[in-house]
Design a binder for this molecule. Structure first.
Ligand code: PA5
Length: 428
């Protein structure tokens, strides 16, 4: 399960205020639970089954199984919403070098224009059997477009045109130029749902395919999301028990209290890519019209030794949301034995790193809560089911939060300005 712990909200945003705001803005929750008509074209993700039905999941698994026969390496070409969720899930589940089973891995391209990084990707493919998946909603974005150009030709040079075709998948919207290319050259084509913006695609085939290739139990991921949807969208749950709603209200009250930044802090480095997914989700959904908490993240305990100073003692414009895993999973225990030298850390004899990490977390939260609101999102475990819950929880909260703030969560007009200038420079 997933819960919102409000014990450490502190004095600037209290649970009583959350309850009052909940009553005053109840219409927002009801509208979002039902899905507002004015956002119909962007709400395809709201009902998980619309784009992750059993039938769809089966198709994804079948395609992934075929690709696994051909290859040990899946190059996910995509940027922002087109690669973040898969990368976040794989890292959180403990992938090492992009692989969970040691036999099938996902590597990333299409998220950079750096020649240095792209050369590394190419070098890294030597000695491997490769398939590529170009994920691009409208196939206009420079990063995936240029990487696809590079890697498609690389595949053709290596395998010949016919054999390369069996190793190319593209994920785009029906009717896009990408689909035309697939039809013309015999590449597999998967659907990027038209009514789902990139950052809301975590639970669609955009991400389910790379995850299934890597051996993730995508059925469990989708089942977790469905369960979370059932809870959060059901009016019977009641506003006081709706964690996504309460989290959105805390964020709004923080904004009203003059706070301008939210840190997502976590003590398990495996959430590093999940935090990037969160930053994109909230950054692009809320940062507009001069509004929105700036979303950032902190990887503790390491960054207690850098950002920690600022968090505790710097400008008081922050709220800090902790992500806490409640139960240790496989591999989450490592007990420190006694030593044959006096290193003055004897107080750690026989103590598990799990508990040391928890002590650091508890102390940091208590200390930070002296000056800033520290809600905590508690996850029972890190597994596919809970990641599915987490993705849905954040997407629904973000929708609620943007509606409370009064901005459109589903557009991103602010990224057009630099694109126009860049395309002019490149002579597009
Ligand atoms: O959330 C969004 O819509 C964006 O961040 C997109 O995911 C990102 O810009 C990539 O877009 P595309 O898939 O069209 O290349």
């Amino acid at each position: 399960m997933l819960r919102l712990n409000e014990t450490y909200l502190g004095a600037r945003v209290t649970s009583d205020e959350v309850a009052r705001a909940s009553a005053a803005r109840a219409d927002v929750l009801a509208r979002c639970q039902a899905g507002e008509e004015r956002h119909t074209g962007s709400l395809g993700w709201l009902h998980v089954d619309d784009w992750a039905s059993d039938e769809k999941v089966e198709q994804v698994e079948a395609l992934a199984a075929r690709l696994r026969e051909h290859a040990d390496t899946f190059v996910l070409i995509g940027v922002g919403g087109s690669n973040n969720a898969a990368r976040a899930a794989l890292a959180a589940l403990g992938a090492r070098d992009g692989s969970l089973d040691g036999a099938h891995r996902v590597v990333y391209a299409g998220n950079t224009l750096s020649a240095f990084e792209l050369r590394r990707v190419l070098e890294d493919l030597e000695g491997h059997e490769v398939v590529i998946d170009c994920v691009a909603k409208n196939f206009e974005t420079l990063e995936p477009g240029s990487s696809f150009r590079l890697l498609r030709q690389w595949l053709v040079n290596r395998y010949g045109e016919k054999n390369a075709a069996a190793r190319i998948v593209c994920c785009g919207t029906p009717g896009s130029h990408l689909e035309d290319l697939c039809r013309e050259h015999g590449y597999a084509f998967t659907t990027f749902p038209e009514p789902v913006g990139g950052r809301y695609t975590a639970l669609t085939e955009v991400h389910l395919l790379p995850l299934a290739f890597a051996g993730v139990d995508v059925r469990a991921l989708v089942a977790g999301a469905r369960a979370e949807e059932a809870l959060l969208r059901d009016p019977a749950t009641g506003p006081a028990d709706n964690a996504a709603w309460r989290y959105a209200l805390v964020r709004q009250l923080a904004w009203d209290a003059g706070l301008r930044m939210e840190l997502l802090s976590f003590f398990e480095p495996r959430f590093r890519w999940f935090s990037k997914w969160y930053e994109q989700l909230f950054g692009e959904s809320e940062g507009k019209d001069g509004r929105g908490l700036f979303p950032a993240s902190a990887e503790y305990s390491e960054e207690l030794h850098s950002l920690g100073q600022y968090v505790q003692d710097g400008t008081h414009q922050l709220m800090e949301t902790f992500l806490d895993v409640m139960e240790p999973g496989e591999g989450d225990s490592l007990v420190l034995g006694d030593q044959d030298i006096d290193d003055r850390f004897g107080y750690l004899d026989g103590v598990d790193f799990w508990d040391i990490n928890k002590a650091s977390f508890a102390a940091s939260r208590a200390a930070h809560a002296e000056t800033l609101p520290c809600p905590t999102i508690e996850l029972d475990r890190v597994d596919e089911e809970h990641l599915g819950r987490l993705f849905y929880f954040f997407m629904f909260s973000c929708y609620l939060s943007a509606e409370l703030l009064g901005v459109n969560p589903f557009d991103q007009p602010g990224v057009e300005a630099y694109k126009q200038l860049m395309f002019k420079t490149l002579g597009k």
